[in-house]
Design a protein. Structure first.
Length: 128
């Protein structure tokens, strides 16, 4: 009986460790890659839909980021994707075709753990 209880305890500890490892990996895998490599896949002349398909999500704030410091844009017809590493900025012409795609590294970004968790859970259960 004592051996069975000890084995159950070890199985329970192994289960908890496994769940903790999965949770840590889950938090560090980004929903979207907002970086130079992704930006390089976007070329002039692409439509909004084509550019969004390359990035994988619609414009917005990702990776729990709620504040970021980057260089300002002079173009009013831009779409932005913000993440912990920086911003992908797409400038469009009057026909909604990409004129320029730029990755701008963040001088500084601030992240929110609750926002990050909400984003990850939303992606997992509604889009995953």
């Amino acid at each position: 009986m004592r051996l069975l209880r000890k084995q159950c305890g070890l199985v329970f500890i192994a289960f908890i460790c496994s769940v903790a490892c999965v949770a840590v990996v889950f938090l560090f895998v980004p929903v979207v890659r907002i970086d130079q490599q992704t930006c390089d896949q976007i070329s002039a002349g692409m439509t909004v839909a084509q550019a969004e398909a390359v990035i994988g999500v619609e414009p917005g704030w990702y990776d729990g980021v709620y504040s970021i410091t980057v260089a300002p844009s002079n173009n009013v017809n831009c779409h932005y994707w913000f993440g912990g590493r920086g911003e992908i900025r797409l400038e469009f012409d009057d026909y909604n075709r990409v004129l320029e795609a730029r990755f701008i590294p963040a001088d500084r970004s601030e992240q929110s753990v609750p926002k990050l968790l909400t984003e990850r859970l939303t992606e997992l259960f509604w889009h995953g």
